[in-house]
Design a protein around this ligand. Sequence first.
Ligand code: TXA
Ligand code: MG
Length: 314
Amino acid sequence: MALPDTRVLPFDEAAVAEAARLVLAGHPVAVPTETVYGLAADATNAEAVARIYKAKGRPSFNPLIVHVPDLAAAERIGDFSDEARTLALEHWPGPLTLVVPLRENGPIASLVTAGLATIALRVPAHPAMQALLAATGKPLAAPSANRSGRISPTRAAHVLASLNGRIPLIIDGGATDRGIESTIVAATGGPLRLLRRGPIEVDAAESPGAVEAPGMLASHYAPSKPLRLDATEARADEYLVGFGKVAGDATLSDGGDLVQAAANLFDLLHQADEAPQARIAVAPIPGDGLAAAIRDRLRRAAAPRSSLAPGSSS
Ligand code: TXA
Ligand code: MG
């Protein structure tokens, strides 16, 4: 379904109110942060998060950064060690992202973390992103607001050039001051690790050899059981994940809707992993766009870990 042209509104109260209305209705909107423009959606709404991937045309699901108004909100979602809290107190609000263990049974959609047990959190300094957080009252998942494979946008015009017609609204807050994406540090047990260099230097963080490429550190959730693709029926001892006409034990989307399928993907993989059957089978997911991203993720889940190529970042 083609969207009408993307509206660009200057950053003011009316623009934030309109952006909040769209976000609460499940749509991603582009909003400046102090680093780059982000494409923000309600992190508690799996279908809204799936629409980020649809708009960006990302060929795979990488975990996304969740933006929150303050450290207290971050601590309701993730588990902070003393070291992580110290970094947060020193640098937030600001261009530092902390990867920490995800609290169990929290509100964040599993598509946000791509099924991982850790989550990337950041308290942004930009007044537009802070205003949108306040107006929605939701944690906001936001990757950079560019088509997959293009460079990150530092002006509203860059976002428009890459996403016109694919998102409903851009809040124009002028050029971003930092111009590069946030520093990412993992605080998930053991020493702090630098995952992505950025505007903030973190002395304490280890950068093992080269910095780990973003998105590739042991970072892809895969079920523990063997997984068979393109299955139209369950063989003995298989839990079948259905799609469209293939009903299965549970379905990604019985109507063949790709936004719904992407939204359900990681929850159903976890469910299949916990089922009594020893194996998992998944129905064919034909098509491009989100379908290709789902197949990419399923192929990774099906392959032995050692054969996986590093994930690409976008
Ligand atoms: O400055 C920024 O960080 C911008 C603005 C919009 O906030 N956002 C941004 O998001 O750069 P994105 O999606 O383009 O990059 C997120 C990076 C990816 O490389 C991803 O792999 C990593 O964060 N990441 C997210 N969650 C992770 C996790 N649980 N473990 C490891 N890496 C994670
Ligand atoms: Mg990016």
